[in-house]
Design a protein around this ligand. Structure first.
Ligand SMILES: Cc1cc2nc3c(=O)[nH]c(=O)nc-3n(C[C@H](O)[C@H](O)[C@H](O)COP(=O)(O)OP(=O)(O)OC[C@H]3O[C@@H](n4cnc5c(N)ncnc54)[C@H](O)[C@@H]3O)c2cc1C
Length: 417
């Protein structure tokens, strides 16, 4: 595949951009692969890429029921950070941030990773205590996170409202400067192009409808709406639909699927220089390179597979945004949408082998898995290739929900984006 470079851009500019090659092929499915990945979101595509790049396993198919990146990967608000409380979480999210830092070069694709800083606002004494605890824990793990006074908050993000009359006044913040955003579509496209370049088959409009098992229980392949496909290893990376697919193999997952919404405004000139999150008022916001305000809400309170959510949820979020940024009060909103997020009881992911030989699962990222995409794909590829977890994902088993060795980020943070 031709490399993207400044010279390629100049050459194509001179010939009316007629020479660009298709970014990835659309092959017909073969009857057999070494590994099948179910789900062409960022995590599935990254898994396929690292299987090929780091483990030399290129006879891989990524099966996607819709279009590539059409799940949560293409619907999220792209916040990236690694300032999680527990050592296990810090390990996996920081592994991802380190990969984000070199990802555009690695993939030869501009994923627009922008380390503009993620600021998490404190509105009450409880917030202050929780964030300071995070800061200390993060620093012990070598992860940057610092405390800001209200004056420093204003300096870092001038349009923010520090008025003491606010319903939830801002009394400080935790700032991770290496946190930020990336372009979600580019992440899916970049991994797809780089994986396909190494021989991986990406097959869209191919829904997995069954998991086939031998008499000894081991996986032998999948059924799809385009016929059966054989493989001795199958990795399920299907976010909100994970329970449905794992059920096909008789594995009951500790997951609930909820709608989660986001929305964007009309584009305006650069105004908000960083990512702002507020757990207490439950809203978060950043500004895209196009100028749109990208705003995220909370999950609906009921489980559902519908990719829409309750209007009152986004109304509440916009009330909170207007309180934090009165300057945005007259901004028009352009679009809102929803995704289906798969939530575990401890709000930490599962990246693991399963009780079924040859079946692996990567799920439970809930409202906050985009940031983990490179790290998750990297260690999940290791788990599939070697049939044993990488030391980073070893704690993220299914069995922790029976042994009680939880990684309880639910207690550690109200919002997990
Ligand atoms: C509104 C919203 C905002 C969010 N904001 C953030 C954020 O700011 N930061 C952050 O870190 N995370 C965020 N997230 C979470 C993040 O988007 C997800 O954790 C992450 O994108 C999951 O990636 P994935 O590749 O596992 O799943 P997906 O991208 O959902 O990919 C799974 C794929 O599996 C496919 N699939 C399902 N069933 C089948 C089947 N039977 N056969 C074949 N294919 C199938 C689906 O079509 C889908 O394409 C947000 C999510 C939402 C919805």
């Amino acid at each position: 595949m031709r490399k993207y470079s400044v010279f390629a851009l100049a050459r194509e500019a001179l010939r009316a951009h007629k020479g660009w090659e298709q970014q990835w092929a659309s092959p017909e499915p073969k009857s057999e692969y070494d590994v099948i990945i179910v789900g062409a979101g960022g995590h599935g595509l990254a898994t396929a890429y690292y299987l090929a790049k780091e483990h030399g396993i290129t006879n891989v198919a990524v099966l996607e029921k819709g279009w590539l990146g059409g799940g949560n990967t293409g619907r999220n608000t792209t916040i990236i950070r690694s300032n999680y409380l527990y050592d296990e979480s810090a390990g996996i999210y920081e592994h991802a941030v380190k990969l984000w830092e070199g990802l555009s070069q690695d993939l030869n694709y501009n994923v627009m990773y922008s380390a503009r800083g993620v600021m998490m606002l404190a509105h009450n004494i409880h917030d202050v205590q929780v964030f300071k605890r995070h800061i200390h824990a993060n620093r012990l793990n070598g992860i940057d996170n610092e405390w800001l006074t209200p004056e420093q908050v204003k300096e870092f993000c001038p349009p923010i409202n520090l008025s003491a009359d606010a319903r939830y006044p801002i009394i400080g913040a935790a700032l991770q400067r290496r946190g930020g955003t990336a372009r979600h579509d580019a992440v899916a496209w970049g991994y797809a192009r780089a994986a396909a370049d190494r021989g991986v088959h990406i097959i869209q409009n191919c829904e997995v409808t069954g998991i086939r098992r031998a008499a000894n229980g081991a996986v032998i392949g999948v059924d799809t709406n385009r016929g059966p496909i054989n493989a001795k290893k199958v990795g399920v990376v299907a976010a909100g639909h994970t329970s449905v697919i794992m059920n096909m193999a008789g594995v009951r997952m500790p997951l609930e699927s909820y709608p989660l919404q986001a929305l964007v405004s009309e584009p305006v000139k650069p105004l908000i220089p960083c990512v702002i999150m507020s757990n207490t008022v439950h809203a978060y916001i950043s500004q895209s390179d196009k100028g749109e305000m990208v705003i995220g809400a909370g999950t609906d309170q009921y489980t559902s597979y519908s990719q829409t959510g309750g209007l009152h949820i986004i109304n509440h979020t916009l009330d909170a945004i207007c309180e934090m940024f009165p300057v945005l009060t007259r901004l028009k909103m352009l679009r809102s949408w929803g995704g289906i997020v798969d939530v575990t009881p401890d709000r930490s992911p599962i990246l693991a082998k399963t009780p079924v030989p040859g079946l692996y699962v990567n799920c439970g990222w809930g409202t906050g898995g985009f940031k983990a995409t490179p790290g998750s794909g990297n260690v999940f590829a290791h788990t599939i290739a070697r049939d044993e977890p990488h030391r980073i994902n070893a704690p993220f088993t299914i069995e922790r929900f029976t042994t009680g060795r939880l990684i309880d980020e639910a207690a550690a943070a109200a919002v997990a984006h």
